[in-house]
Unconditional design. Structure first.
Length: 475
């Protein structure tokens, strides 16, 4: 049923209805629309705009409709334009004309803005929960390999030895920032547009503050025009999701590299791998590749919404219909990718021997020579040059740094005494990196303890938010 048309003498052309119709994708807002309708009904009743008898009938019908939507007993049909018209049709089928009473004092403009915020908050809580599960898998894997040396990389070239647990733990820090952003996003998103009307508020004795409280929002929109037109929360949600996607992509890229025959570090579980339709020997890290590929889709959704928003004038414009599908798609995509990546991480086994063998190769201990000279009070620029000459000598003679003779060391720099051999070991290099955030065993132990505490705090925080949201939705 149409929620408009009184001033029109003709029905919309089929092409117009087809382009305008959004119920096929905005139907997922139905539970949130029904919950906001219950809050709006309470205000209409408390203000005397609806009698208690009428309100009781509408409330019963809304609760009945809520159950029918949840079970699939009530669905939209081909004549419904959007989720709002479909649900009003459901009410009028149950109640007759009084089913349209809820439209008093509100517009689809403030209605959809409210519904979308509620949906986004609910979906973001589910996303946070899945991010935390991935973090827990990463922390567990980092603890498992907290004593495993490996070579670290910059520019995809051998750099310095690190503990492999340190390498894995870096991803938990990145996901911590994502959770921080989500927590901060809730502050700006917890603003209720309901009561803004089409754009100017209402002349009826409503209480936007009361509906905001009933729906679990921290406050009501302070400007009715901004209330109906603000989609910052959509763009910001898509940015957060895009960053999560980028972080998942980086995990995926590393897993793909580590699983190559050339590296041979990672043995991805069969249950998180796929094969080839023509090459029977293949075992492909497809979950890692899909995590990497889906990031482009998430960034694309963000770009599309920002482009749509950039030139919108005044209050509501129909362009804003284009905010939902990218947001829905991005949340749906993460809901698929996060559990798959968490499972892949949890079930991957790493080859300790191959990683340890790589740790000193590529002259990754060269920095130890420079640091040795710095401790002998040689300016770092000179120490760096001397270490570089040691590498050049080793390359020329096709030997490792520890195989350079005492005489050759001294010839490069007189302060390169035989004691230099004490630092040219992987164990020595690792043990010396004791600064906060470093890769030394003790430093890594402290880092993992802090990360476990931080992840637990996030888990408690978002669990409390989810419990409060679920309580509001079932009120």
């Amino acid at each position: 049923m149409s929620l408009w048309g009184g001033r029109f003498s003709e029905e919309p052309a089929d092409a117009v209805f087809a382009l305008s119709r959004s119920v096929n994708f905005d139907w997922r807002l139905a539970p949130y629309d029904l919950r906001s309708s219950l809050a709006h009904l309470a205000v209409l009743e408390s203000s005397g705009l609806l009698t208690p008898e009428v309100s009781a009938k509408i409330r019963a019908a809304l609760l009945e409709l809520t159950h029918e939507v949840a079970t699939g007993a009530f669905r939209y049909n081909e004549s419904d334009e959007d989720v709002h018209s479909a649900l009003e049709r459901g009410l009028t089928e149950k109640l007759g004309e009084i089913g349209g009473s809820l439209r008093a004092g509100r517009s689809r403009n403030d209605q959809v803005a409210t519904d979308l915020r509620l949906y986004a908050m609910d979906a973001m809580l589910a996303t946070a929960e899945k991010i935390i599960h991935l973090q827990q898998a990463l922390v567990a894997k980092a603890e498992e390999y907290s004593d495993a040396p490996a070579v670290g990389f910059t520019h995809m070239q051998h750099a310095q030895p690190v503990l492999f647990g340190h390498e894995l733990a870096k991803h938990v820090h990145a996901l911590n920032r994502d959770l921080d952003r989500i927590d901060d996003w809730f502050i700006r998103t917890s603003v209720s547009p309901l009561g803004s009307g089409a754009l100017a508020g209402s002349s009826l004795p409503l209480s936007p503050e009361a509906t905001a409280t009933a729906l679990g929002f921290k406050k009501s929109a302070g400007n009715s025009i901004d209330g109906v037109s603000d989609r910052d929360f959509v763009a910001e949600a898509l940015f957060i999701i895009s960053m999560v996607g980028v972080h998942l992509s980086r995990i995926g890229e590393e897993w793909c590299i580590w699983a190559t025959t050339e590296f041979g570090w990672a043995k991805v579980s069969d249950s998180y791998s796929t094969g080839s339709s023509i090459m029977p020997q293949k075992k492909n890290p497809d979950m890692a590749e899909l995590a990497r590929g889906k990031a482009g889709r998430l960034v694309g959704n963000l770009t599309g919404v920002l482009t749509m928003l950039k030139g919108l004038p005044f209050a509501y414009n129909r362009d804003l219909q284009e905010d939902k599908e990218p947001l829905f798609d991005s949340f749906d995509t993460l809901a698929l990718v996060l559990p798959a990546v968490a499972g892949m991480v949890a079930t991957t086994e790493f080859d300790r021997d191959k990683m340890a063998a790589s740790a000193p190769t590529g002259y990754s201990l060269a920095t130890e020579i420079a640091d040795f000279l710095v401790r002998a009070h040689i300016p770092f620029a000179m120490a760096h040059e001397a270490a570089g000459k040691c590498v050049a000598l080793a390359e020329k003679n096709q030997i490792e740094l520890h195989e350079i003779s005492d005489a050759q060391f001294t010839a490069i720099h007189p302060s390169l005494t035989p004691e230099i051999r004490g630092v040219l070991t992987v164990e020595g290099a690792l043990n010396s990196r004791t600064t906060y955030g470093g890769t030394a065993p003790a430093a890594l132990g402290r880092q993992l303890a802090i990360l476990k505490s931080e992840v637990s705090a996030f888990e408690a925080n978002f669990s409390a938010k989810s419990k409060a949201f679920s309580g509001m939705m079932s009120a």
